[in-house]
Write a protein that binds this ligand. Structure first.
Ligand code: CP3
Length: 319
């Protein structure tokens, strides 16, 4: 949930000096950005500093950041010919080899003291950026492709799925202890179409991973599909802040762990509130097994360091 980012002065300094894209592509800088939050806070796990958009980039569709916030892709995919013209998925591991290097270095630096998380976007979430040409409000173009030209939609999603399988296998070989799949825009799909637009592709990825390897699925706004997500073979569901975690815990099989789901906005308030809300969340699950404390979505630039400290302190001293 973005351990790194604009709420940390040392991250802002690193970014001012090198820029975001160079940080991602340079293993030493990616390792530094990954370790910054771990040096400051007693997290149990470290997440690789990278972005889900490295996959579209490796397929030939680069990205930049809009001044007003959000993502701009180099161009948008408008038709089947443009999908056909993307790089082959077999090129992905080579083009993203810097990610494997960063993971290998991180694994050494962490020396087994913390779990190392790899990650990627879901095929649907990546397709939204590629077809919309960046961040979107209504997802009208990618939905039009889904409803009007299912063959082209499936071609793109199949290509993304194959790319992600090769990418995750590379991350696992490089030392990732678990992989989180971000279906950040899964909640934009009409409920009855969630299976065809997003979940079937995630299921194919999970099925291609080594038997028993821990996969975490984070869907935003996919609360009505949690049971279906649980039956993909994923071991953990990361739950967004709009869900009540006790109800979610009760509704899922016991062999599925739940991760989450403190509202990140709480970290913009005061340490007292951050501590209180963290304890409230932990208490609500007392006596249940398989809870991984986390935020319900990405940390915000306005988050206060004292609030993150209070949250982590409340977790580590809870018992
Ligand atoms: O915690 C970490 O440092 C892990 C690395 C990580 C980043 N992005 C780095 C990053 C992870 C896991 C992501 C995932 C990601 N990236 C998602 C899925 C998670 C989610 O938020 O739902 C998505 C949709 C993206 C695409 C993306 N990258 C967006 C929408 C943005 C914000 C753009 C904006 O400014 O409005 C980014 C930028 C980004 N990726 C930042 C970080 C630390 C912030 C960069 C900065 O402001 O310096």
């Amino acid at each position: 949930m973005r351990q790194a980012g604009r709420y940390l002065p040392e991250y802002r300094d690193l970014k001012a000096k090198h820029g975001f894209l160079k940080m991602i592509r340079t293993p030493d800088l990616a390792v530094e950005a990954s370790l910054q939050p771990v040096r400051r806070f007693a997290f149990d796990a470290a997440i690789l500093f990278s972005d889900i958009l490295v996959i579209p980039e490796a397929l030939g569709l680069g990205y930049t950041f809009r001044d007003e916030g959000g993502i701009a892709m180099e161009r948008r995919l408008e038709n089947r010919a443009m999908i056909d013209a993307l790089a082959p998925e077999s090129a992905v591991p080579d083009r993203l080899y810097y990610v494997a290097e960063a993971l290998g270095l991180l694994k050494k630096e962490l020396g087994g003291t913390r779990a190392l998380l790899g990650f990627g976007g879901s095929p649907w979430t990546l397709a939204t950026y590629m077809v919309e040409g960046g961040s979107s409000e209504d997802f009208a173009r990618v939905k039009a492709l889904f409803y009007e030209d299912r063959g082209a939609f499936d071609l793109l999603l199949g290509k993304l799925t194959a790319s992600l399988i090769a990418y995750f296998q590379m991350q696992i070989r490089a030392g990732a202890d678990a992989i989180q799949i971000f279906d950040s825009w899964g909640g934009a799909v009409a409920g009855p179409d969630y299976e065809a637009a997003s979940l079937r592709w995630i299921r194919a990825i999970v099925a291609a991973m080594p038997q028993g390897f821990p996969i975490i699925i984070f869907g935003k706004g996919t609360g009505s599909h949690l049971l279906d997500q649980a039956f993909t073979g994923a071991r953990v569901l990361s739950i967004d802040a709009s869900n009540e975690l006790t109800a979610v815990r009760r509704s899922l099989p016991e062999n599925i762990a739940v991760q989450g789901n403190l509202d990140p906005v709480i970290l913009n308030t005061t340490p007292e509130i951050a501590r209180r809300e963290t304890v409230r969340l932990l208490e609500s699950l007392r006596g249940t097994a398989g809870h991984i404390f986390n935020l319900g979505h990405g940390i915000l630039p306005q988050a206060k360091i004292e609030c993150v400290e209070a949250m982590v302190g409340a977790v580590t001293s809870w018992g």
